[in-house]
Design a protein around this ligand. Sequence first.
Ligand code: SF4
Length: 294
Amino acid sequence: MKCTLCPRKCGADREKGLGACGVGDKIRVAKIMLHHWEEPSISGTRGSGAIFFSGCPLKCVYCQNREISHGGHGEEITVAQLAEAMLSLQAQGAHNINLVSPTQYSDKIKQAIDLIRDELEIPVVYNTGGYEDAEQIAGLRGYVDIFLTDIKYFSSEASKKYSSARDYFEMASHALDEMLKIAPECVFDEHGIMRGGVIIRHLVLPTLRADSIRVLETVAERIDISKIRLSLMSQYTPDFCDEHYRELKRKITTFEYQSVVDKATRLGYEGYIQEKSSASAKYTPEFRREENED
Ligand code: SF4
């Protein structure tokens, strides 16, 4: 069967070979763990139950998880084993099931959730690079509670150059519309842990400050941003980027990052801002805080 799970619609027969995302028909998983460095409302105090899937439809040139996303590093598991892994994370106290780079396995993920529907009590997070087919996202109704989606670029030149996806913003925007139909409001429990909603993540890249601002402005024009949370990330490190992209071979400056933070604040976004000084993924809850987010 020809695969059309992501906007590449490369049509690969994954039973016979690999798709453009680098993986075949079998689920490959690189890591299953309690993850403590996601946004505070996702990681909480006990951690997010992260399942890192191998392969990726985007394969950005600066990817920090290159071995997993580009190289397909990981172990093969069955749908039943994936379902067991979710229950095991739940038993370990995870606040949620965090599906990291799930796009290329979304059909199998739904099969796994169907197997344990009666036992799975924690929310399911769909943690994606944002390059998604809107129809596939619509099909996640009843399976996913929280969408943690990147919106990486506005410029089609940048998305073509760094992620081979000229139509990235268009696809990510339409996907976002579908996510908001499924999770129209951010819902938190009494401890500030997210139970449902959409978080838009944006990593500020060197030289692309103006594009980051266009992303923020355009999203704010398209949707009611009071319904989502924004997560701004400063953690870009040049170490993983190919020498060929010389403009990306440096960290972002304080000016670049702060100007994007200032714009987000002026536009009225609520959410999280990663510490500029942090090489690791530390967050300080910022912008305007929710009364129940503490
Ligand atoms: S998920 Fe992979 S195989 Fe399927 S269309 Fe996208 S790139 Fe091709």
